[in-house]
Design a protein around this ligand. Structure first.
Ligand code: CS2
Length: 493
């Protein structure tokens, strides 16, 4: 391959003509949003909607992205003037678009004060977040601040140099209040049920621990609209970088790979103003909960189930899993028979079409979405993706064998050894504890007991529920005896 020029404001005119460009004067835009956790998902989703708003002539909403840990995003896109490409891919081919809405990236650990300065700028009206489940420093089972979390302890002791998103938010709100600057709206874009409420709960609690009056002020004055966000964004590989350079004519150090589908449902509660995202496909509603539950349980619950069972059955990507014997039928039955009856009604919404479309999205042959990627952080994901659905099935006194197999798949996966005796690189905040508590445990009973001891995942109710223990126990036993591929195939024949 010949060396390609690198993407930047100055090289845009070298792009292939079918690549969509920002088309606005980037020197004239102002920063109106600080986004905490500027990973691939944000760049494929909110930053794209915002790019469209800016292109339509409203220059108040450029994004300042903050990385809370590593400098890799800044290193990739700063030499590109913040520009990057989004490749939208499916069986029909790829289409490319350059996004210009990210003006700057800060790396919080290098200079926390610069992040706080950005968050206290009066032009900034929204602070949004994609910090993943574990970034909320909460206990997933109780959805309340984990006051023993190392970052929370640190941030309470060193208010001006926080590490966590929560610490940054509370310090910035306290400074704005002291300066008489209008507060910003907080917009959680993570896959949590009632994500705005959850953010409010942890932020208010953290503020109370600092100062009761600050806690009250935040509880009474700050808007935390909830959102449902959806777009599948597999991690970018070197092959993707090469493909993008070849197709577009410019080298981008971090192009984002995604699907054509995108959805954003947002509660319309922005007292300090907001971009007109609805003009570019976002849906504003009074209450997002029913959409969020639908997405978390049907998409993410199925995704995690396909990821654990699919990985154990030897499949690298979700589309491979969907092709393997029995899996597609299994997931369809799980959606229809076990998840759908737990969802609140959404009048006028075509749920059957939504589910069929989901399965098509999982089959997308152009997205190499690795099961291993989705399998990450299971301890943080299981409660809202599978366990709450099971709680409802228990209440309804209805079967939940497939959901239980998903949970058992996670248990089997988190032992860190695959079905051929090879190690699994288990990424989870609790990986070390899984190892400690499961090593040497071979029988399904011993393993089940070891996992059910994690009350931050299973709560206090499920471990004591006989029906739950027996159903998950049976599923785990079957997985250990027959392996994932045979178990899934056996359940659908
Ligand atoms: C996935 C999600 O990695 C995961 O856990 O289930 O990132 C999923 O792709 C998105 O929520 C889709 O909107």
């Amino acid at each position: 391959m010949t060396e390609k020029l690198r993407l930047s404001d100055a090289t845009l005119h070298h792009l292939a003509t079918n690549v969509k460009q920002p088309g606005y004067d980037r020197s004239k835009v102002r920063i109106g949003i600080v986004h905490l956790g500027i990973g691939a998902f944000h760049r494929a989703h909110q930053a794209v909607y915002t790019d469209s708003v800016i292109a339509s002539g409203d220059n108040r909403w450029c994004i300042l992205g903050v990385s809370l840990r590593s400098s890799d995003t800044r290193e990739a896109i700063e030499p590109q003037d913040g520009l990057y490409m989004v490749a939208s891919r499916d069986g029909d081919g790829d289409s490319f678009r350059v996004i210009g809405s990210v003006a700057k990236v800060l790396v919080a650990p290098e200079n926390p004060e610069s992040v706080l300065a950005a968050m206290t700028d009066p032009d900034v009206r929204i602070v949004s977040l994609t910090v993943t489940e574990k970034g909320y420093c909460y206990s997933p089972a109780t959805v309340s601040l984990d006051e023993s979390h190392a970052d929370i302890i640190h941030d309470l002791a060193d208010l001006a140099a926080p590490r966590s998103a929560i610490g940054f938010i509370v310090e910035a709100l306290a400074r704005r209040r002291a300066n008489g600057t209008e507060p910003f709206t907080l917009l959680s874009c993570d896959n949590l049920p009632s994500n705005g409420e959850t953010l409010k709960r942890v932020v208010t609690r953290f503020a109370e621990l600092r100062d009761a009056a600050l806690g009250r002020y935040i509880g009474e004055n700050i808007a935390f609209p909830s959102t449902m966000v959806d777009r599948i964004v597999p991690a970018t590989t070197d092959a993707d970088r090469t493909m993008t350079a070849q197709a577009t004519g410019l080298f981008d150090a971090w192009p984002i790979m995604t699907e054509p589908f995108t959805q954003w449902v947002v509660e319309d509660h922005f007292p300090s103003g907001r971009p007109t995202w609805e003009r570019f496909g976002a849906t504003f509603v009074d209450n997002v909960d029913a959409f969020e539950l639908m997405k978390l349980r049907l998409l993410n619950g199925s995704h995690s189930t396909l990821a654990y069972l699919g990985y154990l059955a030897g499949h690298e990507t979700v589309s491979d899993v969907m092709k393997a014997e029995g899996f597609s039928t299994f997931i369809e039955a799980m959606m229809d028979e076990e998840i759908t009856p737990t969802l609140p009604p959404l009048p006028g919404f075509d749920l059957d079409a939504y589910k069929a479309q989901l399965r098509e999205r999982f089959r997308n042959p152009a997205l190499r979405h690795r099961t291993w990627q989705i399998a990450m952080d299971g301890s943080q994901k299981l409660p809202q993706r599978l366990l709450n659905t099971i709680r409802q099935r228990l209440e309804q006194k209805k079967p939940f064998d497939r959901l239980a197999l998903g949970v058992a798949g996670w248990m089997r996966y988190a032992t860190g050894v695959d079905e051929n005796g090879k190690p699994i690189d288990v990424r989870d905040p609790l990986t070390d504890q899984f190892k400690q508590r499961t090593t040497g445990k071979i029988s399904s009973d011993d393993l089940l007991n070891a996992y059910l001891g994690f009350d931050q995942i299973f709560g206090k109710d499920l471990p004591g529920n006989l029906e739950f223990r027996q159903t998950v126990g049976r599923a785990l036993e079957k997985l250990l005896e027959d392996g994932a591929a045979r178990t899934v195939a056996g359940m659908t024949s």
